[in-house]
Design a protein around this ligand. Sequence first.
Ligand code: F0G
Length: 354
Amino acid sequence: MTEPAPPAGVLHRWASFLPLTPATPRISLGEGSTPLVRAAHIAGDCGLDELWFKLESCNPTGSFKDRGMVVAVAKALESGAKAIMCASTGNTSASAAAYAAHCGIACFVLVPGGKVAAGKMAQAIAFGARIIEVSGNFDAALNAARELTAKHPVALVNSVNPDRIAGQKTAAFEICEALGDAPNFLAIPVGNAGNITAYWKGFGECAELGRATLHPRMFGFQAAGAAPIVNNAPVADPHTVATAIRIGNPASWKQAVAARDESSGAIEAVTDEEILEAYALLARREGLFVEPASAASVAGLLKLARAGRTHGGCAVAVLTGNGLKDPDTALAQYAPDVTKADATVESVERALGW
Ligand code: F0G
C-alpha cells in the first residue's frame, strides 16, 4: 500500500505562510500547485535565455483568483460570514461564486454590464451567484461593493482584502521551489494591481526565508487603453480587448508602484494589437490558449525585446487565465480553417487535397 497523497490546495500546502488559525476551515477546490512550463519556441523572440510560463489557467475556475479566494472565503467563514461580495471583470466573480457554492454561502457579484467575457459569466451563473450588472465600469462597481459591504453583513472578497493577497503570494513560492531560486524577471498583467502586489510580497518572503537568493525585477503590463499607472493618472473610460484588465483606477496602485520601484522593474503599456499578437503566438507556437489579459505579459516581453531592453537571463511570465473564458475573442481573432466533408476516406482525402 502506498501512502495516501497529502490533501490538496493552498491552505494545506502553505498553511504556515498564511494568516490561518486552528479555527480557519481548511477548504479546497484543489487550487494552487500549478505547472511551470518552459517555453518551447519564443524565449529568443523575448530576448531571454530561459522563459517559463506559470499556468495559473490550471486553477479550478481557470484563473489565479482561486489561490487568494480560498483564503478570503476561509477567513470569511471563520468570522461567521454567511455571504460574500465582489466587483469583478469576470474572473474574481467566477472564483468567488465557486467557493461560495462549495461552502454553502451566498455570493453577490457586481459586474460591468456587457463587458465580461462569456465563459466567466457562464461560470458565475452555473455556480448560482446573484449577479448584478452595473451600468458603470469595474472601478465604479468596486466603490459600490466597498460601501455595500461596509453597510451590510457581507464579506468583501476583492483583492483589497489582505487575505486575497496572502493567498496569491503562494504562486511566487511555487516558482522559487520549481526553479530552485527566483527568476531574474517576472512578467505579469496589471489590472487592479493586486496580483503584482502579491507576487512581490511572495518573492520578498522567499528571500527572507532563504528560499531564494534573488529578487526578480517586476515587469507589469497594462493595456494601452487602460493604463493609469503608466500614465500616472486614472482613466475615466478604460477600454481594451483584454476585458479582465479593463480598469482605470487600480485599488493597489501604490503597492504596484512600490513593487516596480523596489525591484528596479517597470510598468508599461501594450496595445490591443500587441496583446492579440502575443495571444496568437502563445496558441500557435507554444500550444497555450490563454485569455487576452494573460497574453499582455508576453506582449510586454516581446515589446521590451524589440526595443533592445532584454539581454538574456530567466523570466517567468504569469499566464493568469484560460483562453476558454473568452471564446468570442478567440473566434473573432482567427479565420477558422474548416472544410466540410463526408465521413469517408475519399471525401476527407479530397477535402485535404491528398
Ligand atoms: N489577468 C486576468 C485573467 C485577470 O482576471 C485579472 C484581474 C488580471 C490579470 C489582473 O490582476 O487585478 O490583480 O492586477 N481580474 C480581476 C477580476 C480584476 O475581477 O477578475 P490584478
